[in-house]
Design a protein around this ligand. Structure first.
Ligand code: FAD
Length: 303
């Protein structure tokens, strides 16, 4: 753990080229064309994608405008090339923590284009200070675009089951609520998030069962084989139809496990991040979650 922390702190000072050796496995590249190439490869393997333009936590609203234009261009390119997939975004890169109204307008414009192209946008969940404002955004946008917007919930948060309960009556025009359920990646204090590994798994399954019981659409986002196996048991128990769930994984992570889930006939979607901000993204992620450093050591030395 100490070694992991040390490596995570050293990373921002390491040469960019060295970090790229680790990052390239998890990031499609810097450009829309890189994202398209990765998406086409995954589509050819029977896997859909959710495309993410890298960037988060901006410090001035001028940056948000640039990111919005990048998303509009991305949606335009991916849909016109008939990529099977949708889009994910982080509200903090549109000014969530600076100006909520401006952030809402940017997301509105992005989702409006996705609707025009018959696509879908998922709002990623960020650290715990973002949960309330992101839920508010989601509620507003779900009313405007009932079948075209979804949210992420994090099983490690103590509040998640209550949040699901409070959102449960939000189905609009027959469109079910659409969530991605993940464990959660940010480092949170113990009064906010469960810390024990098995406890997080248990709450993941509790949330998942709640979602199935309440007929919510779920993207089951995990590489944890135990959770995937338990999810399959719940899918059978509640006879969840194939159009009410999918599995999701991150680009470059556990490809063998991904293939086995696809071979069993489950829908699979891979999160494909691309963009110029890959260096900041990779190093920030690592500082937030030093456990990731062990993956770097493997990537650097066991290629
Ligand atoms: P873990 O126990 O962390 O991993 C299980 C096994 O998978 C590990 O033992 C390891 O072998 C492998 N593994 C996992 N991650 C990696 C990796 N990076 N590199 C190499 N091997 C790895 N979190 C948020 O807070 N907000 C979000 O919006 C969000 N969106 C996500 C979208 C998708 C599609 C996915 C799959 C994850 C997302 N996450 C998000 C991250 C998530 O919260 C977890 O941090 C991450 O998925 C690791 O948890 P796990 O369930 O895979 O279990």
């Amino acid at each position: 753990m100490i070694v992991n922390k040390l490596i995570a702190n050293m990373l921002p000072h390491m040469p960019k080229r060295l970090i790229w050796i680790f990052s390239k496995r998890y990031i499609a590249g810097e450009t829309i064309d890189d994202g398209l190439r990765a998406a086409r490869e995954l589509n050819a393997q029977g896997v859909e994608v959710t495309v993410d333009v890298l960037g988060e936590f901006i410090t001035s609203l001028a940056q948000a405008e640039g990111y919005k234009n990048k998303y509009l261009e991305t949606i335009d390119r991916f849909t016109s090339e008939n990529i099977k997939g949708n889009f994910s975004l982080k509200p903090s890169m549109f000014g969530l923590l600076i100006d909520k109204e401006a952030c809402y307008k940017h997301l509105y414009n992005i989702i409006a284009l996705a609707v025009e192209k018959n696509s879908f946008v998922r709002i990623d969940m960020e650290d715990s200070q973002c949960v309330d404002p992101e839920m508010t955004l989601f509620k507003q946008l779900k009313k405007e675009f009932p079948g075209h917007v979804g949210l992420v919930v994090q099983a490690y948060l103590r509040r998640t089951l209550d949040d699901l309960n409070s959102l449960n009556n939000l189905t609009a025009n027959g469109h079910p609520l659409n969530f991605r359920l993940c464990k959660g990646i940010y480092v949170e204090p113990p009064h906010v998030a469960y810390k024990d590994y098995q406890e997080v798994r248990d709450h993941f399954l509790e949330d998942l069962e709640y979602m199935f019981k309440n007929k919510m659409y779920v993207g089951i986002a995990t590489h944890d084989k135990y959770l995937i196996d338990q999810a399959k048991i719940l899918i059978e128990k509640y006879e969840v139809p194939k159009d009410m769930y999918e599995f999701q994984m991150l680009y470059g992570v556990t490809p063998e496990l991904r293939r086995s889930v696809v071979q069993e006939g489950h829908k699979m979607r891979v999160y494909v991040p691309f963009g110029k901000e890959w260096f900041g993204y990779s190093t920030r992620r690592l500082k937030e979650n030093p456990k990731m450093a062990s993956h770097i050591i493997k990537a650097l030395f066991f290629r």
